[in-house]
Write a protein that binds this ligand. Structure first.
Ligand SMILES: [Zn+2]
Length: 474
């Protein structure tokens, strides 16, 4: 275990630097958006590699990979009946190009029972454009389904199109990848609408049939993204020096905003944790017992491509990784509201609770297996993983539901909270130092059978098998 002395040094470094906030300002204001495969993403990768070098890290390099990209053109939604007008929409990444005319049907919040009530199984939605609410606070305490689940229900119902309505007012269509990211166009068009546009269409639907024409331009060029990798090497005398603790988070954003919170915040928390750990180990003249590797993934938003690529490329070395700590939207709210969410590994919960007690710092620790960020690529390969979350988000404090400003044009630097970033950087550095120095690390890599049981229990198995991602290649 990392000593209390080290923990205090980390806290001191974290609270006497605005490094994370300053780096976030640069990241947001210099490169525009960082959509997968864009020039902004590539320039930001070089910029962050330079930050790692400045912090004194080693092995700093980019690992490039190619795939089928998506570039937005113009899009347009015309209301044909009962009135002739145009409303604003936003094509979702991997939306195919084309023009479609069809009647609209509402499927409420897009959950499975709402689709059933709309007659999905009886063919009532075949050939229609399905309209549903985006992720929200959920129903009856249950979290809302992911966008892709709601979209795939429309595909399976034979719908001709999919409209996805933000539940936060302010004319903010909420973007997010459809099915097929990195390999093929999505099967049916999907566009997002602002809350007000969705409400308008629902009022028209109350009076009778509504017909729309969707027009989307998009291209699918072959593009490149990259993962940015850097290391803080283990102390050469350590018996654990061949083992690794990995901190990861995605560098890419969507193409409509700089993604200050999703995931600029996580990126700068990783860079700040790297700087802090390099500084405190240099000051004490001894490295951590295990190497800490920092990886900024490309192309997460369109389907976890960067982390999946990392796992495939380094499959022979995954046994070395004791923990993958994912930082996605970490630090997007109040200081002190960090939580640890371990991915289906109950034995890690007491370890994190013990860390929280020892540092006299209250961390909520949960065990929840989820698929919506880069930890999942590692979890599928059996590597123990956890996420650092933020429970009191700035967006929630303002009454926003779902992703808040995430995935909208409003995910901009002005939403960042400097103290939240300092606090999250301290927690990330504490966790990485404690895991890197642990002599009582409680878990090992999971077997394919254990992972498959998790996937089945959480209802993810069928879709992963259908999409060819399970069983994994080895
Ligand atoms: Zn994210």
């Amino acid at each position: 275990m990392a000593s209390m002395e080290l923990a205090r040094a980390i806290a001191g470094e974290a609270w006497t630097s605005e490094g994370a906030y300053d780096t976030l300002r640069e990241l947001c204001d210099r490169f525009g958006h960082r959509f997968a495969g864009s020039v902004g993403e590539a320039a930001a990768a070089d910029f962050m590699a330079e930050r790692f070098r400045d912090a004194g890290l080693t092995e700093v390099h980019l690992e490039r990979f190619g795939y089928l990209g998506w570039v937005r053109g113009s899009d347009r939604i015309d209301v044909l009946e009962p009135v002739a007008t145009t409303v604003r929409g936003l094509a979702l990444p991997y939306c195919p190009a084309g023009e479609w005319v069809a009647e609209v049907r509402s499927v409420g919040d897009g959950e499975a029972d709402a689709y059933a009530a709309a007659g999905a199984a009886e063919g009532a939605l075949r050939g229609t454009i399905v309209l549903c609410a985006a992720e929200s606070a959920g129903r009856g305490g249950k979290p809302s389904s992911h966008r892709r689940d709601k979209y795939m229900r429309a595909v399976h119902a034979g719908a001709a199109g999919f409209l996805y309505v933000n539940q936060n007012p302010g004319d903010l269509p909420v973007t997010g990848g459809l099915e097929g990211g990195g390999s093929h166009p999505a099967p049916i068009p999907g566009l997002s609408l602002g809350f007000e546009t969705g409400a308008y269409l629902l009022r028209l639907l109350d009076r009778g049939p509504v017909h729309l024409r969707l027009h989307v331009d998009a291209t699918f060029p072959q593009v490149e993204s990259s993962n940015v990798v850097a290391e803080l090497p283990a102390d050469p005398s350590s018996p654990y020096r061949d083992e690794v603790v990995l901190a990861g988070g995605h560098l890419d954003s969507h193409d409509i905003a700089p993604g200050a919170l999703d995931n600029g915040a996580g990126v700068v928390v990783i860079a700040e944790a790297a700087r802090i750990l390099a500084e405190v180990t240099r000051a004490r003249g001894r490295g951590l017992a295990r190497t800490v590797r920092f990886v900024l993934f490309g192309a997460e938003e369109i389907g976890l491509l960067g982390s999946y690529e990392y796992v495939e490329r380094h499959r022979d070395a995954l046994d070395q990784i004791r923990l993958m700590l994912n930082l996605d939207t970490t630090g997007r709210g109040a200081a002190g509201s960090e939580s640890i969410i371990v991915s289906g590994i109950a034995d890690l919960v007491p370890w994190f609770k013990h860390l929280s007690a020892r540092h006299a710092y209250r961390l909520e620790v949960q065990d929840r297996f989820t698929s919506s960020s880069d930890h999942f690529s590692f979890a599928m390969a059996g590597v123990p993983s956890a996420n650092v979350g933020t429970s009191e988000t700035t967006a929630a404090a303002q009454g926003l539901v779902g992703r808040g400003w995430g995935h909208t044009v409003a995910d901009t630097f002005d939403k960042a909270n400097p103290k939240g970033l300092q606090s999250a950087s301290m927690v990330a550095a504490w966790v990485l130092a404690a895991a890197a120095d642990a002599t009582d690390w409680p878990v090992t890599r999971q077997s394919p059978a254990e992972i498959e049981a998790q996937l089945r229990a959480t209802g993810m198995l069928d879709e992963l098998v259908a999409s060819g991602r399970w069983p994994s290649k080895r």
